[in-house]
Design a protein around this ligand. Structure first.
Ligand code: ATR
Length: 275
């Protein structure tokens, strides 16, 4: 029996952990899956996607810098892709229409709630950043009905624009925007969704946002403790997590969409941590 073909498309893409994660899922579940990495030319994402599905490919993950292109290219979008404004998962439906989904938000929520036993309902959440990564996860976070979500960003106008966009989904959750320096009271959960650490920077937030029980989550991950998490530890945070679990959880959700099977994620997270 030949394996069904899946891939991650990006540029660059050689660093992607998705092929490793999905091959671990395939061995674990016994699903007949082959998963490769495809580097698309920067000016021809659409052609790459078309070619992949024409040759019989079953599903794609999409990474930097094509997530918004994937969203635009799709014939149909799931609700969570719609609110994310970006897609990381593509597949064809029974009628051959290209469907875009976004599993990033589901990934961070599952990592927090199931892997780290963090309650999001009624939590006071501080989110740092207002770019694509944050927009991608806000819908599923809001769906957990936190008491408040405070969006702090270097460019406050971008945080305000996200507040306007997500207000209709807010329900009883207090949703607000501000600069980094403004929040000074302790939060239950702090999520770093900025790309500051790529430049070795730290968002200049007050240490007052961290209390003994604050959960600090950096959407980035690295072999060593991330710059942001190192700072949080120095401020006395005790519950500090990086985004490796989110990465594996978003992959598991894509796998479930494509194959109808949910792989166990803990062994895969552990395996990757030891790589
Ligand atoms: P991504 O897809 O990773 O979210 P993005 O859309 O470019 O990338 O957003 C990057 C986010 O990190 C933004 O919130 C950005 O702040 P601005 O909106 O003010 O640009 C934030 N960011 C990037 N570099 C930063 C730095 N050195 N310090 C603080 N915030 C930074």
């Amino acid at each position: 029996m030949t394996n069904d073909l899946y891939a991650v498309v990006g540029n660059p893409v050689s660093h992607s952990k998705s092929p490793r994660i999905h091959s671990l899922f395939a061995s674990e579940t016994g699903e007949s899956v082959e998963y490769i990495a495809i580097q698309a030319p920067l000016d021809d994402f659409a052609g790459t996607v078309k070619h992949f599905f024409e040759r019989g490919g079953k599903g794609l993950n999409v990474t930097v810098p094509f997530k918004e292109d994937a969203w635009k290219l799709a014939d149909r979008r799931t609700e969570r892709a719609e609110s994310a404004g970006a897609a990381n998962t593509l597949y064809l439906d029974d009628h051959g229409a290209l469907v875009a989904d976004n599993t990033d938000g589901c990934g961070i929520v599952r990592d927090l709630v199931f892997n780290h036993a963090v309650a999001l309902k009624d939590a006071r959440i501080l989110v740092l950043g207002a770019g694509g990564a944050v927009r991608g996860v806000l819908g599923p976070i809001m769906a957990k009905h936190p008491a408040s979500v405070t969006l702090a960003n270097r460019t406050v106008g971008k945080a305000e624009a996200l507040v306007d966009l997500f207000k209709p989904l807010a329900g009883a959750t207090r949703l607000s925007a501000c600069g980094f320096e403004q929040p000074s009271e302790p939060f239950d959960v702090i999520i770093n969704g900025t790309s500051a650490s790529l430049q070795g920077d730290l968002p200049p937030i007050s240490p007052g946002v961290i209390a003994e029980k604050t959960v600090v989550y950096d959407m980035m991950y690295s072999l060593q403790t991330t710059t942001f998490n190192q700072w949080a530890l120095e401020q006395g945070a005790q519950y500090v997590f990086d985004g490796l679990g989110m990465l594996v959880e978003q992959a598991a959700e894509s796998f479930r969409i494509w194959r109808g099977v949910s792989p166990a994620t803990s062994p895969v997270i552990e395996e990757l941590r030891n790589d």
